[in-house]
Design a binder for this molecule. Structure first.
Ligand code: TPP
Ligand code: SF4
Ligand code: MG
Length: 288
C-alpha cells in the first residue's frame, strides 16, 4: 500500500501490486517475463490497486489475477474479454484488464474479439501466446505452427495457424501491440502505453511454454522477433498489416494506435444530443 505522509500520498511501487501468492508457473515459464513488466507498467501509470480489476480466462496464463494485489476475477474458459467488457459497461470508473492464453482468446473465445474492438470498449487485453494449451498439458492451439507436434498431433499439426496481429488490425482495434516475454524492457513500454490508451488496447505477447512446447521456444522466438523501426508510424494501419503478414520476422512494438471515441463517449454524446430519458423513472413510467 502507498503510505500517507502529512496528507500526501506516496507513489505506488511494484511491491504494491504483488500479491502474497508466489506464481506457481513452471521454472522458466515465459509468463514470469510477462508478469514483471506488467507490474512495472502499473507503477508507470500509477494504477490504483483499489480501482483496478484483472479478469482472466482459464489456462496457465489465467492465473494472473492471483499474483496481483488488485481486484481479480478468474472466470470461465474463453470469456475473459466479454466479462471485462461487461464490467467496464457497468463500472466505467474502474480500470479493467483482461488476460488469457491463445486457446482461451483465439479458440473458444475468439468470437468475442471483433465486437469488443469495434465497440472500442475502454479495456486492455493481454493475450499470452505460447502456441499450445499449457494448463491441459500440451494440445495444439490456434497458433501452433503447421507441422508442429503436440499431444493432439503426434505426427504433425495439419492446420494453418491464426495470425492474431493481422486479426486485430482487421478488427480495427484502436491500440495494437506485440511483444515477447524474452524482452521485458520492451514489454514494460508496450504495457504502459496500452494502459494509457483510451479505448480497446490489445496486446499479442509471445511467451514460450518451456514444459509442453519444445518447438516454439525462447531460442526460436529470439531468432524471429525484431522491434519495429524507430521511425515507425503507428497511425498507418495498412503498413501495420504488411508487418503483420511478414512470416520471416515477427515485428514487435506499438503496431497501431487510433485515438477515437469509445463506446461510452459515443453513448454520452448521443444522450446529450437526444436529451431524452436521462431520468430512467420517466422512461419506465411510459410503459406502466
Ligand atoms: C469450456 C471449457 N472447455 C475446455 C476447458 C479445458 N481447458 C482449460 S485451459 C484450456 C486451454 C488452455 O490453453 P491456453 O488458453 O492457451 O492457456 P495456457 O495454459 O497455454 O496459458 C482448456 C482447453 C475448460 N476449462 N472449459
Ligand atoms: S505448462 Fe507451460 S505455460 Fe504452463 S506454467 Fe508450465 S511452462 Fe508455463
Ligand atoms: Mg497457450
Amino acid at each position: 500500500m502507498s503510505e500517507m505522509h502529512g496528507g500526501s500520498t506516496t507513489a505506488f511501487t511494484v511491491a504494491d501490486f504483488k500479491s502474497d501468492l508466489k506464481p506457481i508457473w513452471c521454472a522458466g515459464c515465459g509468463d514470469y517475463g510477462v508478469l514483471t513488466p506488467f507490474y512495472q507498467a502499473l507503477v508507470e501509470v500509477q494504477a490504483d490497486p483499489k480501482s483496478t480489476v484483472i479478469v482472466s480466462g482459464i489456462g496457465c496464463s489465467g492465473r494472473f489475477p492471483y499474483f496481483c494485489n488488485t481486484y481479480g476475477f478468474h472466470g470461465v474458459h474463453g470469456r475473459a474479454v466479454p466479462t471485462a467488457a461487461g464490467m467496464k459497461i457497468a463500472r466505467p470508473d474502474l480500470r479493467i484488464i483482461a488476460v488469457g492464453g491463445d486457446g482461451d482468446g483465439l479458440g473458444i473465445g475468439g468470437g468475442h474479439l471483433p465486437h469488443v474492438a469495434r465497440k472500442n470498449v475502454d479495456i486492455t487485453y493481454i493475450l499470452i501466446d505460447n502456441s499450445i494449451y499449457g494448463l491441459t498439458k500440451g494440445q495444439s492451439s490456434p497458433t501452433s505452427p503447421l507441422s508442429m507436434k503436440s499431444k493432439t498431433a503426434p505426427y504433425a499439426y495439419v492446420e494453418e495457424p491464426l495470425n492474431p496481429l493481422a486479426m486485430f488490425l482487421a478488427y480495427n482495434a484502436s491500440f495494437i501491440g506485440r511483444g515477447f516475454s524474452g524482452k521485458p524492457k520492451d514489454l514494460k513500454h508496450i504495457f504502459t502505453e496500452a494502459l494509457k490508451h483510451k479505448g480497446f488496447s490489445v496486446l499479442h505477447i509471445f511467451s514460450p511454454c518451456v514444459t509442453m512446447n519444445q518447438q516454439v521456444t525462447f531460442k526460436t522466438m529470439n531468432e524471429i522477433v525484431k522491434p519495429l523501426p524507430d521511425d515507425w508510424d503507428p497511425t498507418n494501419r495498412l503498413a501495420g498489416m504488411e508487418k503483420a503478414l511478414d512470416t520471416e520476422t515477427f515485428w514487435t512494438g506499438i503496431v497501431y494506435q487510433d485515438k477515437r471515441p469509445t463506446v461510452h463517449d459515443r453513448l454520452e454524446e448521443l444522450e446529450q444530443r437526444s436529451g431524452r430519458y436521462k431520468d430512467l423513472d420517466e422512461l419506465f413510467a411510459k410503459y406502466k
